[in-house]
Design a protein around this ligand. Sequence first.
Ligand SMILES: [Zn+2]
Length: 446
Amino acid sequence: MADQIYWNPVLETLPREKIRKLQLKKFRKIFEWTYERSKFHRKIYDEAGIKPADIRSFEDIRRIPTVEKSMMRDIQRKDPFPYGDALCVPLEEVAVFRQTSGTTGQPVYQPDTWQDWEWWAECWSYILWAQGYRPKDRVFIPFGYNIFVAFWAGHYAAEKIGCEVIPGGVLDTKARILKIQELQATAMMGTPTYILGMAETAQMKLEIDPSELTIEKITCAGECGASIPSTKRRLEKAWGAKVYDHAGATEIGAWSFECQDQPGGLHVNDALFLVEIADLETGEIIEEPGRRGKMIITALDRQAQPCIRFDSKDVIEWSADPCSCGRTSRLIKGGVVGRADDITKVKGVLLAPSAIEEVVRGVDGLGDEYEVIVDRVGHKDRIKLRVEVLPEAQDQCQLVESELADQLRLKTNLRYDIEICGCETLPRYEVKAKRFKDLRKKSEEG
Ligand SMILES: [Zn+2]
């Protein structure tokens, strides 16, 4: 099996029309399951006048109302406690509790049955296999095992496919690096922010060059970084390893992955998820490549608290080209480029924070960290960008700054107030970074 290219050779190479047939069949099944068991969902669908028997085509699916995170928040902490009436199984069948990280408000609780939990591990097995994880790998998980789902499922999937797994739980960053060195781990997973931070700690605090360690591949998740070309380059150079992106979410599941061919985007796991892209303003479903919209997603097999036409607010677009790896699933070009809430108009120009990251990490002489603060002075928007210049480039500060300003103007069409900060003065993050601050929103909210 180890020399097999695909985790599931049948589903991953299924012709498109067969995948679509399968998706429709599975959608109808999960919709009926949910309609019959979840009062929360049934109320929404009854109000829209949609019954399970009405769903015969993808056009019918598009008429089904979407569900948003805020709606899930409203039903929680009610009966059956603490999940509320979207729960589709008896409480005693719930095997695992997780919750969202709450970066955009009150966390959402997520119950999973044992079958759901096995499904999580199966979804992640596609990801890891596509990224070259095999039974001979020794996988280090530098992750504080906690209430968030994050790399829990990655851990179990690595075990499932036969790797040897090292849980790097409560160790601090230095201890984790030393453990990787001691045990000659070959793979690991983390947020791009943390993996870059680990490399910095190895160099600055332990005088270890991480590219000399035995790590060959790194799976990144939780942030867009590994799909941003300049961030990926920095990660790969620092660790001397291949770096792959994955996007998933607690309330959805592990829906996408970059494969070993690194096609500049993410495969959707089409056999297990239905991804639709909706125009940000009109809500119209976008089929053609090259047009950005927000993701509406359905987990086709998740049962305890189903995810049906969930408005994820992740901004994505279809790629025009198939992937050279032979998988027939559709590709998301450039990965998730941001959240619909974060893509904002500054000085009348649409700005995605990931575009700033692409520029900053592409300039030699700059450190990995940066901070963006947008505010309003009088009636004018102002963008402040704070960056760190590396010790070896200190005598070329002006050169670095003007290169940065030029690239920013070129790639984002905007001017910035650039502030050069001392080394290691900007905040460091353990999990997900908060580098983009829009102070205008606060003043509007009062
Ligand atoms: Zn591929």
